[in-house]
Design a protein around this ligand. Structure first.
Ligand SMILES: *[C@@H]1O[C@H](CO)[C@@H](O)[C@H](O)[C@H]1NC(C)=O
Ligand SMILES: *[C@@H]1O[C@H](CO)[C@@H](O)[C@H](O)[C@H]1NC(C)=O
Ligand SMILES: *[C@@H]1O[C@H](CO)[C@@H](O)[C@H](O)[C@H]1NC(C)=O
Length: 556
């Protein structure tokens, strides 16, 4: 999982770097491992700054001031246990043809096959394990077949069609063609999110932004925005400054990854017409119903069994609050989060003194002592975090500890960009719900039913326009006069289902067993190499030293 962003401004004297930097901060939650920006200035020259670390560390004022140009793209990389340490930060770049840069969010599942094709047929060298480099080179190879000195929109759409036909997996991408414009495209299932926004300026000109989440668009005054559809692409050339859309391949399904709503996206984003915040409220409500029913079936009243609802910060807060309201129980913030936890220093001869959970969270005895508490979290992955949290609640004096998960049992790995763990490391792997309870040491674990979770992630057409935040099919601007250039003529297609393979083992792109095996091997190799015993989520804590890669340096 990653965050991607692209901006093209109608004002050729503007430098979009600062807006890209600002936008990166809104997407930081999507990837804290590495950050990068590439801009394109006069004469098609590229300026780049990328490296390991958070946006604020990589993008300093001085470095930003050297990124010239009125269009550019950015990337925030999510740590994947498979490869984060040894693969490069994005955007990736190839010089031929035309100079293409690319930011990719997602994971391809037929990378092995593509690598072979690149080697044996296209003769392009791939220098990292990153499937994004493959995707970029494939696009470049397709574009090169036209062998023209300048491409046009049709050539680009045709090239993308070639890409779509070869690639399998999840991909939301923003590409930049040097001196030409920016391009956005999304896989034919719409697994990863991508939106386009339009900002009308006082001079009547328009700027465009492509982004992973609507929150960036709104925050930057791109008031009219919409989702790119599965299989759809958009090109905005700097000369025309007019977005051209095309359904490059037919939509195979419309299946956004349900994990975006459970955990990944910011609550104030609206993705594929679904408010993340609202879906999380509903998750709390549905959980509460399940809990009430559970006690009813035992002839008990939930109010006699549970004293207080406590969220595990941060993602689950909204769900937990709504859960408490629905249960008519008090809601308390029993865990205080240390927001300054970041890098951890481990000396070679020393084991980490504290678990990463305890470094991040502290339980307040006053909220736990002598009480039966219901802890609410977004999900249970390996179970080690949940187990530690249950322990902390008990140490703080809780009488009984119940654990509620806003999502169903995670039994299978996530294969489209959130590298959770090998199947066998998931606490839900080959375990019943009760066995998970035992494993994490809770008195009982409540899980969301999958059909309930899916119910929570619905577009709600009963909402007023301002509540839907114009996310479905915006047509006119605020003053009802100007037709937006990004409007759809037709209604947004219905979502056909969700990518929920982590719960069911059935992935929208089909049987991906061999991909999962390869990913397992990659993780094992990487674990041996780093030899630190920290994997998966813990990687967030251990940052590689910052290596900033500056390419070109422009002067204002
Ligand atoms: C699942 O668990 C059962 C009982 O604990 C065990 O017999 C079986 O071998 C396990 N299956 C797998 C695939 O691990
Ligand atoms: C609550 O949800 C769990 C998880 O799917 C399910 O197994 C259980 O039957 C539900 N309980 C009730 C009472 O609906
Ligand atoms: C998934 O994608 C990320 C980002 O491109 C990449 O680093 C990683 O190697 C991919 N994982 C696998 C197993 O291909």
């Amino acid at each position: 999982m990653c965050g991607i962003l692209g901006i093209i401004s109608s004002d050729t004297n503007t430098n979009v770097a600062s807006e890209l930097f600002d936008g990166s901060l809104y997407l930081q939650h999507r990837g804290q491992d590495a950050a990068g920006i590439v801009t394109c200035g006069r004469g098609g020259r590229l300026y780049q700054c990328k490296g390991n670390g958070m946006a604020r560390d990589v993008f300093t004022q001085e470095r930003m001031s050297k990124l010239v140009g009125n269009m550019g793209i950015a990337h925030l990389r999510y740590p994947t246990a498979g490869s984060s340490a040894n693969s490069e930060a994005q955007p990736f770049y190839v010089n031929a043809p035309y100079g293409i840069s690319l930011s990719h969010n997602g994971n391809l599942t037929n990378g092995e096959e593509l690598k072979k094709y690149m080697d044996e047929v296209v003769h392009r060298h791939i220098n990292t394990d990153s499937d994004s480099e493959l995707l970029l080179n494939l696009f470049a190879a397709e574009l090169a077949t036209y062998d023209k000195s300048r491409v046009n929109e049709n050539d680009i759409f045709k090239a993308l069609e070639g890409v779509y036909n070869r690639v399998r997996g999840a991909y939301a991408c923003i590409a930049m063609l040097s001196g030409y414009g920016i391009i956005g495209f999304r896989d034919p299932h719409g697994i990863r999110p991508l939106l386009i926004g339009e900002r009308l300026k006082d001079d009547g000109q328009r700027d465009y932004m492509l982004a992973s989440e609507s929150v960036v668009l709104k925050a930057h005054g791109y008031q009219v925005y919409r989702d790119i559809l599965p299989g759809e692409a958009v090109i905005i050339s700097k000369d025309k400054m007019l977005p051209v859309f095309k359904q490059v391949v037919p939509l195979k399904s419309y299946s956004p990854d349900i994990f975006e709503y459970v955990y990944f996206a910011r609550p104030d984003s609206v993705l594929d017409g679904i408010s993340v915040y609202r879906s999380r409220l509903l998750m709390g409500e549905k959980l509460a119903q399940n809990i009430t029913d559970y006690y009813k079936s035992q002839d008990k009243n939930v109010l006699n069994e549970i004293d207080v609802v406590i969220p595990v910060p941060d993602t689950s807060r909204h769900s937990a609050l709504q859960c408490a309201i629905t249960l008519n129980l008090p809601y308390r913030e029993g865990f205080i989060k240390n927001r300054y936890v970041g890098r951890t220093f481990i000396m070679p001869d020393q084991k980490q003194r504290q678990s990463s959970v305890r470094r991040k969270l502290n339980a307040m005895a006053s909220e736990f002592y002598g009480k039966s508490v219901l802890l609410v979290d977004d999900s249970i992955v390996r179970g080690t975090t949940s187990q530690e949290i249950v322990n902390m609640a008990r140490e703080a004096g809780a009488k009984r500890v119940f654990f509620a998960s806003c999502s169903p049992v995670i039994r299978y790995n996530h294969i489209y960009g959130i590298d959770l763990a090998d199947n066998k490391q998931l606490v839900g792997y080959n375990r019943t719900e009760n066995e998970v309870s035992l494993k994490i040491g809770a008195d009982h674990v409540f899980y969301q039913k999958l059909e309930d979770l899916i119910d929570c992630c619905q577009r709600d057409d009963s909402l007023k326009d301002h509540e839907r935040e114009l996310a479905l099919t915006p047509v006119v601007s605020r003053d009802n006069s100007i037709i937006s250039m990004i409007a759809r003529n037709d209604e947004a297609p219905e979502i056909t289902g969700f990518e929920a393979g982590v719960f069911t083992g059935k992935y929208v792109t089909g049987d991906e067993t061999s991909y999962m095996l390869r990913a397992e091997q990659a993780r094992a190799r990487n674990a041996r190499r780093s030899d630190s015993g920290s994997t998966g989520m813990d990687i967030l804590d251990v940052k590689a030293p910052s290596e900033i890669n500056i390419f070109n340096s422009g002067d204002y």
